[in-house]
Design a binder for this molecule. Structure first.
Ligand code: AMP
Ligand code: MG
Length: 325
């Protein structure tokens, strides 16, 4: 299959219309969201959803997130009680927060991996919203990468991984957030964050008015949500963490011949920028740098995971997963 690249910046509406037509015909199409690029299919089309699992090489017991363009669009899928769901949806959508609630039994089991719950979110990206609206149905959309590879933050990454196995990619340039959505399960008491992201526990607690539990999701041996047992986000080259700059500096001075990619927050720039492998660490660029590490055959990725990094739960979670893979 030839994968068509539909450039939204060049052909706007027309590109989105073409993507919508392909989706309505049961094809799978990658599209930008504010987090990472997603690989879409119409939620009701089991045949199309199955193509996603095949193209990604994704295990069937890892459920998908359903993307909608209005709260209204989610209501036929979800079961009461919806007070918390409505409150959070009104406050955070569109945005990088996925809510897990009970479904009504009408969502195909290939989408939910047979669970009684469904994960839903409204992406904060004009192209994603326009596409879902044009199709007129919710779209499932896991990240548009091969399973096990870092999530795609540019259309080029999607092409790298999936060219030839998907119908099209809608290209709207790099994504803003760069890491996947926070996943909040509302069917437990207290509610649980099973995947941290840029929407934090603290802000969710403030809006919800109740405590939330953040489960340790970095331990692949103790999965608390489907999908968590799978290794994610990692480059092929080894990733090593350092807690303070002295330790990192010392290690680097002991390895002058080695081609090491170095990731540190902007406040450490002056300290590390003389190394050719120095790159800025951020949520937005993490996956791109992981891909660079593999593509340009760096020997290893060394990350300064200081207190500030550890505080950024979403970022730190992805880094920990990469380091333990
Ligand atoms: P992604 O791989 O980025 O598409 O995100 C999908 C992830 O959302 C899964 O790996 C789960 O961690 C989470 N998820 C999806 N559906 C559910 C569900 N019904 N219950 C709990 N977590 C879910
Ligand atoms: Mg993914």
């Amino acid at each position: 299959m030839e994968t068509v690249i539909l450039d939204v910046r060049k052909s706007g509406e027309e590109a989105i219309e073409q993507a919508a037509q392909l989706l309505r015909r049961g094809e799978i199409v990658a599209f930008p969201t504010e987090t990472v690029y997603g690989l879409g299919a119409v939620v009701w089309n089991e045949e199309a959803v199955r193509k996603i699992f095949v193209a990604k090489g994704r295990p069937l017991d890892n459920p998908l997130i359903v993307h909608i363009a209005s709260i209204q669009m989610a209501l036929p899928l979800v079961r009461e009680p919806l007070d918390r769901f409505q409150l959070l949806a009104r406050h955070f959508w569109p945005g990088p927060l996925t809510l897990v609630v009970e479904h009504r039994g009408n969502v195909p089991s290939i989408v939910t991996a047979g669970l009684p719950t469904v994960a839903i979110r409204m992406p904060d990206h004009p192209v994603a919203l326009a596409l879902i609206e044009k199709v007129g149905e919710p779209l499932v959309a896991p990240s548009a990468n091969r399973s096990g590879k870092p999530s795609p933050t540019r259309a080029e990454h999607v092409v790298e991984d999936l060219a030839g196995s998907i119908a099209a990619v809608l290209d709207a340039g790099p994504t803003q957030v760069g890491i996947e959505s926070t996943v909040l399960v509302l069917t437990t008491e207290p509610p649980r964050i099973v995947r941290p992201g840029v929407v934090t526990k603290e802000v969710l607690e403030t809006v919800l008015g109740v405590p939330i539990e953040e489960v340790r999701s970095d331990d692949v041996n103790r999965p608390v949500a489907p999908g968590m047992k799978y290794r994610h986000y990692a480059p092929t080259v080894p990733v090593q963490l350092f807690e303070n700059p002295e330790e990192l500096d010392q290690a680097l001075q002991g390895a002058p011949e080695r081609r090491i990619l170095i990731l540190a927050l902007p406040q450490w720039r002056t300290r590390f920028q003389h190394y050719p492998g120095y790159r800025l660490l951020s949520e937005q660029t993490l996956y791109e740098t992981f891909r660079e590490a593999d593509r340009d055959r760096w020997e290893a990725v060394w990350i300064l995971a200081d207190k500030e990094v550890q505080r950024r739960r979403g970022l730190y979670n992805r880094i920990l997963k990469a380091a333990t893979s």
